[in-house]
Design a protein around this ligand. Structure first.
Ligand SMILES: C[S@@+](CC[C@H](N)C(=O)[O-])C[C@H]1O[C@@H](n2cnc3c(N)ncnc32)[C@H](O)[C@@H]1O
Length: 267
């Protein structure tokens, strides 16, 4: 792990916890069957993993892996709360998955490849543990394709700084558009690409999205890396963070996040 850009600060986790299979993995849902064996790579707090596990039913089996034991403890608590006995979690690294070849019918990773220094090697390892007839599903945002209104200079600076910081951590923030090229480089030929969006435009959505990014700008790993790498000063971070509530207060404010998606059939 080259240094996960966001880290697991409370503001980051709050944002990840709003994710569901419906809002983050809709492209995968038609592929799922009761009884499937599913691996969720970089599952974080596990909200999507739990939804996917539920859809596999009691005869299914789902495992969420993440290098962070701390975030997995939260994921396990959520699974217990929801009574999902078919779901478990393990500390592991996508580059060295502790599973035999062809162990899973579905291998899923949501917003993970963008943070990796070698997404092609990760896809090869995900392919190794996927059984013939199975599917690999990946989805990543594309920061350069994010669109919003009104066009405040602070938000332009936020995007430029975020993209520089993610790259300083060894990741690729404009991952959505690159998923297909990474799959091809990994030798995966049966790929079905699609895209989808998240939109933040109601008053509540705008408030939540802007508070989350204001806090992350000041206090997450992103902030620490930006300062450590000399990409921003504390005053610049404060100015960018203050731009978010100004944007959200605008009655016409609108923000859309574009994601690339890929379903890869394994034969
Ligand atoms: C943006 S979060 C996504 C979490 C979850 N998939 C979701 O969408 O809510 C990225 C996750 O990838 C994990 N990660 C980073 N490097 C990894 C690696 N080498 N192997 C597996 N997971 C990794 C991080 O710890 C983090 O939990």
């Amino acid at each position: 792990m080259a240094g996960y850009t966001h880290g697991h600060h409370a503001a980051v986790l709050r944002s990840h916890r709003t994710r569901t299979a419906a809002n983050s993995a809709a492209y995968l849902l038609p592929e799922l069957r009761p009884g499937h064996r599913l691996l969720d790579v970089g599952c974080g707090p596990g909200t999507i993993t739990a939804d996917l596990a539920e859809l596999l039913g009691p005869t299914g089996r789902a495992i969420g892996i993440d290098p962070s034991a701390e975030v997995l403890a939260q994921a396990a608590a959520l699974a217990a709360e929801r009574g999902l006995e078919q779901l478990s979690f393990e500390v592991a690294d996508v580059y060295r998955l502790p599973y035999a070849d062809a162990s899973f019918d579905v291998v899923h990773a949501h917003q993970v490849l963008q943070h990796l220094a070698d997404p092609v090697a990760a896809l090869r390892e995900m392919r190794r543990v996927t059984a013939p007839g199975g599917v690999i599903a990946v989805r990543d945002a594309d920061y350069a394709a994010m669109a919003w209104h009104p066009q405040l200079p602070e938000l332009d600076d936020w995007l430029a700084l975020y993209r520089r910081t993610a790259r300083a951590c060894g990741g690729e923030p404009d991952a959505g558009r690159r998923l297909l090229s990474w799959a091809h480089a990994a030798g995966l030929t049966e790929a079905r690409p699609s895209s989808s969006t998240w939109t933040y435009a109601t008053e509540d959505e705008r408030a939540w999205w802007s508070e989350s990014w204001a806090e992350r700008t000041l206090r997450s790993n992103t902030a620490a890396t930006a300062l450590a790498e000399g990409l921003a000063t504390p005053a610049e971070l404060a100015r960018i963070a203050a731009g978010w509530p100004r944007w959200a207060a605008h009655p016409d404010a609108w923000f859309a996040v574009l994601h690339g998606e890929l379903l890869v059939s394994v034969s």
